[in-house]
Design a protein around this ligand. Structure first.
Ligand code: ZN
Length: 478
């Protein structure tokens, strides 16, 4: 009992660690950095990590069987404890024996859902076995502009970390590797960076990627002797543009540039690799924790972990894609038992390639060219620096009563934040959101929030997170 309580506390601390004040984080992380990794990360991490190693080169047939067992477990759990699914399975006439015998066939009969299906029917999507000590209330963040909150098991982060470590090991990562990070961390103080002793990161600002700032922090970046650069594609690009302009070089011991969380466009990856003379290593994942995929050692294609979730690729006809088809990524996660996501449309698209990579020998689903929710829209700071959408991403409670929001910018250094409220929204929410962004941008962009009745979509029906009207050009390489 005592142990499970301690374990719950550890999971909560792990998930909320990033939001602690720097002084507190620095104190905790320095103290904990002396603890052996296997104790620090806990038993869930160890179990998942071991399982990945034991299963990654299994035959396609055995992996399929394991995936079906995981699917059966989620389907049975949903049928027994989630009202939405128990009603649906009754309507479809699916008995539990079929969920056990042919779960993939059962899945194919379930209508895909998306975030609006869940948001509009939230209480009936929650498992009635919900236990507050094993779950958190989280969100997909602000990048879609329409905040989406949901419950999820609190052990997800340590489990996911086991997958990420396994992924990055393909390019030489280990738990002692040091990273220099450009991923939207708010940086306080005069140094221009913060250390995290536990994750072995030196975090730099993503809100001030000017020549002046990068020139100032460059000696500290090199002195840290980093093994990896950990960035968004767009912050890696800004870094490379600086490297090219200033004639600098990245420290020699850097093994790769790890990038994820937003689209990377044709030409950008080559550009980063040419300028840095390092490999760009990409991965794809999201807050809902349904699919996690990364490149292999030998190819540039994404490999989805079949142990993490069941991924389907649905083409424009609504059918399962054939190799070469452009398809939507649809996921059923194995991790979230509090709110099971079954056949969830991610809104992300890719080119589906097959179920096996001949280069590395893994029987994992393979795809390339991810396009979707993550774009490279940017805001411009007063010094002309660009701030990418992924760095602007927020995960706080302040957006609970917001339906949709959008930045409007026509002057570098200033932005108007349009907020379309929903029921329960109050003036204090508006002030809190305004304050949150202004703290994050730290004077680089001054944000003023306004409440509006409507935020129109573009003529293609797409939603723009940033309505950019300055004369600056979008960061990128064409
Ligand atoms: Zn491979």
């Amino acid at each position: 009992m005592k142990l499970s309580f301690l374990s719950a506390v550890r999971r909560k601390v792990f998930n909320n660690y990033a939001t602690l004040p720097y002084e507190v984080k620095n104190f905790i992380s320095f103290g904990l950095s002396f603890m052996p990794n296997h104790l620090l990360l806990g038993s869930h991490f160890r179990e998942v990590y071991r399982m990945i190693k034991q299963t990654e080169y299994l035959s396609g047939e055995i992996l399929k069987k394991r995936r079906e067992e995981n699917l059966s477990r989620i389907l049975l759990h949903a049928n027994r404890s989630v009202d939405y699914y128990s009603v649906l399975f009754k309507q479809l006439g699916v008995p539990e024996s079929e969920m056990l015998a042919s779960p993939i066939h059962v899945i194919s009969r379930i209508p895909p859902i998306d975030k609006s299906t869940i948001r509009d029917n939230y209480p009936i999507f929650l498992s009635n076995t919900i236990n507050k000590t094993i779950c958190d209330y989280t969100s997909t963040g602000g990048t879609s502009g329409e905040p989406f909150y949901f419950h999820i098991n609190s052990d997800r982060s340590t489990k996911e970390l086991a997958y990420l470590i396994d992924l990055w090991e393909r390019v030489g990562f280990n738990l002692n590797s040091r990273r220099v990070t450009f991923r939207g961390s708010p940086i306080k103080g005069n140094k221009g960076w913060e250390n995290d002793w536990i994750t072995r990161e030196r975090k730099f600002s993503s809100f001030e990627l000017t020549d002046q700032y990068l020139g100032r922090i460059w000696p500290d970046l090199c002195r840290y002797r980093p093994d990896f650069v950990y960035a968004y594609p767009s912050t890696a690009l800004a870094l490379c543009q600086f490297i090219e302009r200033s004639g600098r070089q990245l420290p020699k011991n850097i093994k790769a540039i790890l990038v994820g969380s937003e689209n990377i466009y044709d030409g950008q990856e080559d550009y980063i690799e040419t300028v840095t003379r390092k490999r760009v290593f990409k991965w794809y994942g999201h807050s809902e924790k349904l699919i996690l995929a990364g490149e292999c050692e030998k190819s540039k294609y994404y490999h989805a972990y079949p142990q993490y979730g069941y991924v389907e690729f649905i083409n424009e006809k609504g059918e399962l894609a054939s190799p070469g088809d452009f398809a939507e990524i649809v996921g059923t996660g194995f991790m979230n038992t509090v709110l099971p996501f079954i056949r969830y449309r991610t809104g992300d698209y890719c080119t589906y390639l097959g179920e096996y990579c001949p280069e590395c020998g893994r029987h994992y689903p393979i795809f390339k060219d991810v396009r979707g929710r993550w774009t490279q829209e940017v805001l411009y700071g007063k010094k002309g620096n660009s701030i990418c959408m992924s760095a602007i991403n927020v995960h706080s409670d302040n957006f609970k009563n917001v339906f949709r929001y959008q930045f409007y910018q026509d002057t570098p250094g200033r932005a108007l934040l349009k907020i379309m409220p929903q029921e329960g929204f109050a003036q204090k929410d508006k002030r809190a959101i305004e304050k949150e962004f202004n703290l994050k941008f730290n004077g680089n962009v001054v944000v003023e929030a306004v409440v509006v009745k409507q935020i129109p979509l573009t003529h293609r029906g797409k939603y723009m997170f940033i309505d950019q009207n300055t004369s600056e050009k979008l960061l990128g390489v064409s």
